[in-house]
Design a protein around this ligand. Structure first.
Ligand SMILES: [Fe+2]
Length: 362
C-alpha cells in the first residue's frame, strides 16, 4: 500500500477585503520588466471597477476577461497559452485566476501549459505533467467548487472530460476574500454551494474515507447545514459568506484525500454531452440519488425547498440511445469515483441499464 503524497496550497490569505493585498503579494514575484502578470478574470467583472481598479497593471501586465458560461475546454487553454506566448516578450511572471471554478481551473491549466510542450488534452489524467508550472494565484469569487485547493483542473477535451491531476496543479497562493462573493446571483450561489455539500456527502459516504478526509468533510458538512438551513439571509450575510468560503476549502481538502462519488460521475456525463455546468449538473443528478445517499438527498431536498430552487426537468427527455451511451461511457470511465461510492465490486452493481434508467429521470 502506498499513500498519496498530497501537495497543499503553501500560502493563503483569508479575510474580508484581503483582495487589497494582491499587489503587494505579487510584487516580489515579478521576474522582470518583460515578464508580465496575466490576470484571467471572469467577464462578469468586466465593467466592475470595484474589483478591476484594485488590480494594478505595470509594464506589460494585462487582464484577459473570460466568460464562465461554459465549462472550460482543453482547446480554450491551448488558445489562451498561444495568445499569451505571442503577446509577451518573456515567459510571464505569473497567472492570476479571479472567478469561480472555471476561471480557477483555466488559470491552473494555463500555468502548466506555459512550461509543458504539446496540447492540454495530452495531460488529462493523473501525473502526466513533467515540468513545474509557472507561479499561479487563485482568487475565488464564488464558493463551493474547491478548485482553490484541488490538485486538479477539470477540462473538457476532444474525447473526455477529465482533469489535469498533478503535483504542479495546486496554486502557489490563494486569496480568500468573501467580499468578492457578495453579488453572486441566488441560483448560482445555491448550485455552487451544493457542489461543496455534495463533495462532503460523497466523501463521507465513500469507501475511501479515512480520518484525514473525515475531519475536513464533517466540518464542511456542518458548515453547509448552518449556511443553507439555519442562516436567515445566507447569501447576503457576511458571516455566512465567510463560512461558505471555508466550507468550500474543507470540502476540497476532504475529497483531496478520498474521492467524489455517484453524483460527480454521472454529472460529468451530462456535462460532456450537453455542456451542463458542474454545479447545476451535480444538483440535477443528486436529486435522483436517494437509493445511494438517502440522508444526504433528503437534506438536499430540504435545502432546495427552503431557498425556492427549482431544478430544470427533462434535460435528457429528447436524447436517443446513442447519446445515452455517450453519457454512460463518460460516467463509467471514472472508475475511482465508482469504486469509492460503491466499493470494489461496483461493476456488478452499476450496470449500463441502471445508469440509463437514472439519466432518463433527469
Ligand atoms: Fe465538484
Amino acid at each position: 500500500m502506498s499513500y498519496k503524497n498530497f501537495p497543499m496550497v503553501p500560502r493563503v490569505i483569508f479575510g474580508r477585503g484581503s483582495f487589497n493585498q494582491l499587489n503587494e503579494v505579487l510584487a516580489p514575484k515579478r521576474l522582470g520588466l518583460n515578464a508580465p502578470f496575466i490576470f484571467l478574470v471572469d467577464d462578469v467583472f468586466k465593467n466592475n471597477p470595484w474589483l478591476t481598479s484594485r488590480i494594478s497593471l505595470y509594464y506589460d501586465d494585462r487582464i484577459i476577461f473570460i466568460s464562465s458560461k461554459e465549462e472550460p475546454k482543453t482547446s480554450q487553454v491551448d488558445a489562451l497559452v498561444e495568445e499569451i506566448i505571442l503577446n509577451t516578450k518573456e515567459r510571464p511572471s505569473g497567472i492570476i485566476g479571479i472567478g469561480g471554478g472555471t476561471l480557477l481551473d483555466l488559470a491552473k491549466a494555463v500555468a502548466i501549459m506555459l512550461t509543458n510542450e504539446g496540447e492540454a488534452k495530452d495531460y488529462q489524467g493523473w501525473d502526466l505533467v513533467k515540468n513545474p508550472a509557472i507561479y499561479h494565484v487563485g482568487i475565488p469569487t464564488i464558493s463551493g467548487t474547491g478548485a482553490e485547493v484541488s490538485r486538479t483542473t477539470v477540462l473538457t477535451g476532444p474525447d473526455k472530460k477529465l482533469g489535469i491531476n498533478s503535483d504542479f496543479t495546486p496554486f502557489d497562493q490563494v486569496i480568500l476574500d468573501s467580499e468578492l462573493t457578495k453579488d453572486v446571483p441566488k441560483e448560482q450561489w445555491f448550485y455552487t454551494g451544493m457542489d461543496c455539500y455534495i463533495h462532503c456527502v460523497e466523501s463521507l459516504k465513500g469507501s475511501y474515507l479515512n480520518a484525514f478526509s473525515q475531519s475536513y468533510g464533517e466540518k464542511s458538512f456542518d458548515l453547509c447545514k448552518e449556511i443553507f438551513l439555519e442562516h436567515s439571509n445566507p447569501i447576503t450575510d457576511t458571516e455566512a459568506q465567510e463560512k461558505l468560503m471555508m466550507a468550500s476549502w474543507h470540502g476540497g481538502m476532504s475529497i483531496a484525500y478520498s474521492q467524489v462519488g455517484v453524483a460527480h460521475a454521472m454529472s460529468y456525463g451530462l456535462s460532456y454531452l450537453l455542456g451542463t455546468k458542474h454545479g447545476i449538473g451535480n444538483c440535477i443528478v443528486f436529486d435522483q440519488l436517494e437509493d445511494y445517499y438517502p440522508e444526504g438527498v433528503a437534506l438536499f431536498k430540504q435545502m432546495k425547498a427552503q431557498h425556492g430552487i427549482e431544478l430544470p426537468q427533462g434535460i435528457c427527455a429528447h436524447l436517443n440511445d446513442e447519446e445515452f451511451d455517450i453519457m454512460i461511457d463518460v460516467s463509467l470511465g471514472l472508475e475511482p469515483l465508482w469504486e469509492n461510492a460503491i466499493g470494489k465490486n461496483w461493476k456488478k452493481v452499476i450496470t449500463r441499464a441502471k445508469l440509463k434508467e437514472l439519466y432518463q429521470k433527469m
